[in-house]
Design a protein around this ligand. Structure first.
Ligand code: F6P
Length: 347
């Protein structure tokens, strides 16, 4: 009996989502003769039974398309509207009924930590689930890489390149705030790729005095232009966005003209890089194979250049942060990059 599967994309969008949808759907249809539907707007579509049939035609030409043809949302299927209202049920019964009425054999959830966590919970109430790790933040535990990350790093690196030219013209310090709420992977990778002089990530506490001294030192040695790359999740009092705060403080402490750029949602837009297209396609294909062989309740992952699967129970939304002894940090420090802490080299 040919299987029938559902796909949903949830959480923050990113380039590569359509490549993943295409990877699952085309493999399921062409290789395994399955029926495929796609729920709209993440878990919201599953709760409200809003979906579209995905056939070869509907996934044709979407590999290079940014965003997600299914739409996404941050709808939380297990969150009650009034948490203290014991009567109010979560949407789980609707989800179970819809899954069964549609005759699904499996649901593919493509998303970040929150999505993977909800996917695991759905597997615990009886749905067959496959998770595919997606986020520009690259902070899903259990996989070396989420798709969306490479595209975001490419966008940030291009932005930093542009800040070098305008900084050079004005002899300014340029601060760029990049995404990465809980983990500093984008700031770390784009900071190195873009030649950042100071890289600030949530995992390493920074001292403004050390940063100011390092930048003033560079200036005194005839290097007036510096690039500071900061993840949006670095601590700075109660304020939301560290970019403007850091620029103001650095200018006050060093007396050097400093300007900030908050890159924002540009990092989530546009067409996926080739790397993300390939990774998303490999994830999608493998997800379809796991379903065909009834290896449910797994998350596909990328480990040492091989696509594997790990039990959802093992990941269930755990965070993967930049470890303190990360090799890239070591390399950057050897080049004299400052991470705002006491290991920052100030001659
Ligand atoms: O999780 C990806 C991400 O882009 C984070 O880097 C960012 O902090 C968050 O989503 C923004 O969320 P939203 O799109 O809901 O504003």
């Amino acid at each position: 009996m040919a299987k029938k599967i559902g796909i949903l994309t949830a959480g923050g969008d990113c380039p590569g989502l359509n490549a993943a949808i295409r990877g699952v759907a085309k493999t399921a249809i062409v290789e395994y003769g399955m029926e495929v539907i796609g729920f709209s707007s993440g878990f919201k579509g599953l709760i409200e039974k809003e979906y579209m049939v995905l056939d070869e035609k509907s996934v044709s030409g979407i590999l290079t398309l940014g965003g997600t043809i299914l739409g996404t949302s941050r709808e939380k299927p297990f969150k009650k509207v009034n948490p203290d209202d014991m009567e109010e049920d979560t949407k789980t019964q609707q989800i179970i009924d819809n899954y069964n009425q549609l005759g699904l054999d499996c649901l593919v959830c493509i998303g970040g930590n929150g999505t993977i966590k909800n996917a695991y919970k759905l597997s615990q109430i009886g749905l067959n689930i496959i998770g595919i790790p997606k986020t520009i933040d690259n902070d899903v535990w259990g996989t070396d890489r989420t798709f969306g990350f490479d595209s975001a790093v490419a966008i940030c690196t291009d932005a930093i390149d542009k800040l070098h030219t305008t900084g050079n013209s004005h002899k300014r310090i340029m601060v760029i705030e990049v995404m990465g709420h809980n983990a500093g992977w984008i700031a770390l990778y784009a900071g190195i790729a873009g030649g950042g002089d100071v890289i600030l990530i949530p995992e390493i506490e920074y001292d403004l005095q050390i940063i100011a001294k390092y930048l003033a030192d560079r200036h005194a040695k005839g290097k007036p232009v510096s690039i500071v790359v900061a993840a949006e999740g670095v601590k700075h009092g109660k304020k939301k966005s560290p970019g403007p705060y850091l620029a103001k403080k650095i200018e006050e402490l060093t007396g050097i003209e400093t300007r900030e750029t908050v890159l924002g949602y540009i990092q989530r837009g546009g067409t996926p890089t080739a790397t993300d297209r390939i990774l998303a396609t490999r994830y999608g294909r493998y997800a379809a194979e796991l379903i065909a062989t009834e290896q449910y309740n797994q998350m596909v992952a990328f480990k040492d250049n091989v696509i594997i699967s790990i039990p959802l129970a093992e990941t269930s939304g755990k965070l993967k942060v930049v470890e303190p002894d990360n090799k890239l940090i070591k390399s950057a420090r050897a080049l004299g990059v400052c991470f705002g802490d006491e290991l920052c080299k100030i001659k």
